[in-house]
Design a protein around this ligand. Structure first.
Ligand code: SAM
Length: 440
């Protein structure tokens, strides 16, 4: 049966949500194929909003559903629950017109050939419309519903940062993130670019002091359509990540290793700060490395790329020491939940054990490759102390020839040997930075 466009977009959203919530796939992986099935740009924007906001508010809406009904009936429970979650997202978050939402969402069940579910979806969504004020009061007693984050993460944030900061991090995680861009030096001065864009009706603002090449888009719109994109004058990169290039005093000819480099944002920022460095970029994921190769070609950067395990230098190192190493380590990504809200449901506390072990292994394996006096930057997009402050403190305790360098206040709050940026501060992602110098 072919469905009306309003029904089709909701069907694609519900089926996509099942893939994310029940099959462990990432939002970014399930979105493109579904977007490609919608010819109308407004439907595509709605599908994206439905999937992102349903993931963001999954904890809240599951708690609402538990109040509104018993477990969804039938063998197809996951799909029916997803459809109801999509319905609640439209009413509660996107605040779309109720009549259209209820009928188009319920009709999806008919496309699935489950006519019995049409009435159920109708009844549940109409009940929410009548009773949401009363239901809201009860949500306040349930933390997972209130913050729409998993309990283990709420507790870990409280333990690391205390209740007030933890709540600020959780609230920031529930807000959509702005688009930050990095301007290539070839594009000319940032002020000139902003003035030209303003004349064309493109609203953007410069990054704060200390971020000379950063600008933030105001409002929606695809960066790929901006003037200068095709020419490689722009790249999408959060300002927190852009700061890495300014933390190294790069010199022409300097030998630099980017150990976990794909998809290449920090490598590109390093090359834009000093194009004449000798940069070796590694990643062990061939697909991510292929994306990096394409991205570097668009930006016009020449870099030596290698698919390898950075933790096994015997397999790829030629024995020549590096003056600087960037270890942008694999991590929980808890600092970028506002950009990728599915992360919070996919991560498990047990992942943390494995991630911390991998980070320690990479630090230990890469340190001997650093020249005396050289710097290793350790960064993550995590807000968990175990991966950040505690990880670097443990490393310093193991390595008497390593010392932590002081970092500027603008990078965030002092946190042990590094600096922690919390998500939402200065409109940036959550991020951790430490700069380690080899003393001997
Ligand atoms: C945080 S991401 C890097 C982002 C990148 N630095 C950028 O700015 O675009 C971490 C990367 O580490 C890679 N990785 C994880 N373990 C690795 C290992 N043992 N050796 C090399 N790369 C690894 C992952 O494939 C992933 O691409």
């Amino acid at each position: 049966m072919s469905a009306a466009p309003g029904v089709e977009v909701r069907r694609l959203a519900a089926e996509g949500l099942v893939e994310v919530v029940h099959r462990g796939r990432s939002l970014r992986a399930v979105l493109p194929a579904r977007l490609a099935r919608l010819p109308d740009a407004r439907d595509r924007a709605l599908l994206e909003a439905l999937l992102f906001e349903s993931c963001r508010w999954l904890g809240r809406h599951r708690a609402l559903l538990a109040q509104l009904m018993d477990r969804p009936p039938g063998s197809d429970r996951a799909r029916v629950e997803a459809l109801l979650l999509i319905g609640l997202t439209q009413l509660d978050i996107l605040q779309l017109p109720p009549h259209a939402v209820v009928s188009a969402t319920a009709e999806v069940a008919r496309v699935w050939r489950q006519p019995g579910i049409v009435g159920l979806v109708n009844a549940v969504l109409r009940r929410w419309l009548r009773e949401h004020g009363r239901l809201e009061d009860r949500l306040r007693e349930d933390e997972v519903a209130r913050w729409s984050h998993p309990r283990w993460l709420i507790e870990a944030l409280r333990q690391d940062w205390g209740p007030c900061r933890a709540e600020a991090i959780l609230a920031a995680g529930n807000r959509a993130a702005p688009t930050w861009l990095r301007l290539h030096p070839r594009a000319g001065s940032r002020d000139e670019v902003l003035a030209q864009w303003a004349a064309q009706g493109i609203a953007a603002v410069p990054g704060p002091e200390g971020w000379p090449r950063a600008l933030r888009l105001e409002g929606a719109g695809s960066p790929e359509r901006l003037p200068g994109w095709e020419e490689g004058w722009l790249a999408v990169q959060d300002a927190a990540a852009q700061a890495v290039a300014g933390m190294l005093t790069l010199q022409p000819g300097m030998r630099v290793l980017d150990a976990c480099a794909a998809p290449g944002g920090k490598a590109a920022a390093l090359l834009e700060a000093e194009p004449a460095i000798e940069l070796l970029a590694l990643d062990r994921d061939p697909d991510r490395l292929a994306r990096m190769r394409a991205g570097m070609a668009r930006l016009g950067h020449r870099v030596q790329l290698r698919c390898a395990d950075a933790g096994d230098p015997a397999a790829w190192w030629d024995g020549r020491p590096f003056a600087a190493i960037v270890l942008d380590a694999p991590c929980s990504a808890t600092g970028v939940i506002r950009r990728q809200p599915d992360i919070k449901w996919h991560r498990r506390p047990s992942d943390l054990e494995a991630l911390c072990a991998a980070q320690a292994r990479l630090l230990d394996a890469l340190w001997p490759l650093l020249a005396p006096g050289g710097r290793l930057l350790y960064t993550t997009c995590s807000v968990l102390a175990r991966e950040n402050r505690a990880q670097v403190e443990a490393f310093l305790a193991r390595r008497p020839d390593a010392e932590a360098l002081a970092l500027p206040d603008r990078l965030g709050h002092a946190s042990g040997p590094g600096r922690q940026r919390f998500p939402g501060e200065l409109e940036m992602d959550g991020f951790f930075y430490a700069a380690l110098r080899k003393t001997g």
